[in-house]
Design a protein around this ligand. Structure first.
Ligand SMILES: Cc1cc2nc3c(=O)[nH]c(=O)nc-3n(C[C@H](O)[C@H](O)[C@H](O)COP(=O)(O)OP(=O)(O)OC[C@H]3O[C@@H](n4cnc5c(N)ncnc54)[C@H](O)[C@@H]3O)c2cc1C
Length: 390
């Protein structure tokens, strides 16, 4: 196996995510009734969702499909497909990390969602029902139980939902690097180059073309995250891949350490205790791959986190803070693209995991390995078809 990447492993979107390995993250982004919240979010530049206006014409077809994906029937099917993809993650990632000598980077101790208002909790009921219907066990906490569970959370929060089955990694980038190093020790090769295309002789793969020359190949997997679309376009597959940009802010040596990764459900961000400090991660910005980051969106996470964790300092020396922006590779129906290309069965796709790429990686990798080896995949791949947008 040869990995071709211009950057070192674990430096893309996988570098700065919230580290959650949530098999319960099966609620699509586009939900019935969600549309009425969107204008409020979009006109608040520091809200959980924002659009860079200059990018709006480009992302319009994606947005249309996003809205169309939010019917009750489609959402039920998407959640079932996501559960099959994500459900086995914690167990699989734990085994993989152990094999790679990085078992200490994966925890299996749950995830908690918290709500500032009863109204916010009630608005999310459709999502909680979807999770329950797909076999996710939930534990509901009232205000007092929440305070007992994790005293660092502000007493303003009135509701909590604990999901014991979930896990997380304390260093997503290091986990990816460890897995790649393990593969290299077992015979894989890493080439630091940018792929530009796949050379075919009819329907037979000849090589991966790169800026450093051709790399001979028999089977190719396109897994370049948010950068995968041009490859699919050239192979005749019109996938509606775009990016939901997200941000994180990290506080080194924080005053508080939340017991579990905690989602502030109404603010739509996650706080996770990581090896390098407390990571505040979230927000969605529709702005494509080329516009510069709007760092105010990372900074605003700190204001929101102070409402959640009142013991955080009211001011920080800049040396303790670091910020990051990454490109979630997103399809409008919240499902990745996993399957064979139209041009040849020997080019496969594994990209577009949106908000759950860290979590979706183990099963995606397993299925791709099965397809390359000619085995029947462990997952029904119909919902993930590259041709579902045609
Ligand atoms: C703020 C934020 C929080 C998140 N939190 C979570 C979370 O808690 N849990 C979760 O599961 N997911 C989370 N995600 C989503 C997750 O990070 C992504 O879905 C995942 O990292 C995507 O992985 P990937 O390997 O497809 O893409 P990437 O990690 O971006 O990797 C793509 C790779 O392709 C390479 N590449 C690009 N172009 C080329 C080319 N031409 N040739 C060769 N290589 C190329 C890049 O260099 C990169 O190494 C979060 C994302 C963000 C932004």
């Amino acid at each position: 196996m040869t990995i071709i990447d211009p950057k070192p492993p674990g430096e893309g979107a996988s570098f700065g995510n919230a580290g959650c390995l949530n098999g319960s993250s099966i609620v699509p982004m586009s939900m019935p009734g969600m549309l009425k919240n969107v204008p409020g979010w979009m006109f608040d530049p520091m809200g959980p969702l924002s659009v860079r206006w200059s990018y709006l014409p480009k992302i319009a077809p994606w947005l249309v499909r996003f809205v169309q994906s939010g019917t009750p029937a489609k959402v039920t099917a998407q959640a079932q497909a996501l559960r099959a993809l994500l459900g086995p993650t914690v167990a699989t990632m734990t085994d993989l990390a152990r094999e790679a000598g990085a078992g200490d980077l994966v925890r299996h101790d749950g995830h908690i969602y918290v709500y500032r208002s009863e109204e916010g909790f009630q608005k999310d009921q459709a999502g909680w029902s979807l999770r329950r219907e797909n076999g996710v066990r939930l534990e509901y906490l009232d205000r007092d139980e929440l305070r007992d569970f994790d005293p660092v959370l502000s007493p303003r929060f009135v509701r909590g939902v604990l999901i014991p089955e979930n896990g997380h990694t304390t260093n997503p980038s290091k986990l990816v690097k460890s897995l790649v190093e393990h593969a290299l020790r077992n015979g894989a090769t890493l080439i630091a180059a940018s792929a530009t295309g796949v050379a075919l002789d009819g329907a037979t793969v000849r090589a991966v073309q790169t800026d450093r020359g051709d790399v001979p190949a028999e089977s190719v997997v396109i897994a370049a995250g948010a950068h995968s679309k041009p490859f699919a376009d050239r192979l005749g597959d019109r996938v509606l891949l775009d990016t939901e940009r997200g941000y994180h802010l990290m506080i080194a040596d924080p005053e508080v350490r939340p017991k579990l990764p905690t989602t502030e459900a109404e603010g739509k961000f996650v706080v996770t205790m990581m090896e390098g400090g407390l990571r505040l991660a979230g927000t969605v910005e529709l702005g494509g791959l080329d516009l510069p980051p709007d760092w105010r969106r990372a900074r605003v996470l700190l204001d929101h986190a102070r409402q959640l964790l009142p013991a955080l300092s009211s001011s920080y020396d800049e040396k303790r803070l670091s910020q990051w922006m990454g490109f979630r590779p997103s399809l409008p129906d919240s499902l990745p693209v996993i399957g064979r290309s139209a041009a040849t069965p020997d080019v496969l796709y594994g990209f577009g995991h949106g908000h759950v790429g860290m979590t979706g990686a183990p099963m995606t990798a397993r299925v791709l390995a099965e397809l390359v080896s000619g085995e029947t995949p462990a997952l029904d791949l119909k919902p993930f078809s590259p041709r579902r947008f045609m």
